[in-house]
Design a protein. Structure first.
Length: 96
């Protein structure tokens, strides 16, 4: 079970993200708040999650995304936690 990370600063960040109006604003915000490496890592994890939900093998996912099997395994564990946030977002995007 993951530790709940709710606190004022984190909730403020979530609220700020919810105020963004479009893709351009989102790009601008995340470019300011994340390093390129952090953003690429987040994007890769989401991409890995989509491939896992599509029931692709670790080897297929590693080949397509460049993610290590350790990263793929970590994301796989997240898909089975109580939050289901990755699955919810992927479904809303029509990615799965």
């Amino acid at each position: 079970m993951k530790k709940d990370i709710r606190d004022g600063a984190i909730d403020q960040l979530y609220e700020a993200i919810l105020q963004l109006n479009d893709l351009d604003e989102c790009r601008s915000f995340f470019k300011d708040i994340c390093t390129t490496g952090e953003l690429m890592s987040l994007a890769q994890r989401f991409d890995v999650a989509i491939h896992l939900m599509e029931k692709k093998t670790y080897q297929e996912i590693a080949s397509v995304t460049g993610a290590s099997t350790v990263t793929i395994s970590r994301v796989n564990r997240l898909l089975y936690d109580d939050n289901h946030g990755l699955e919810m977002a992927a479904k809303r995007l029509g990615a799965i």
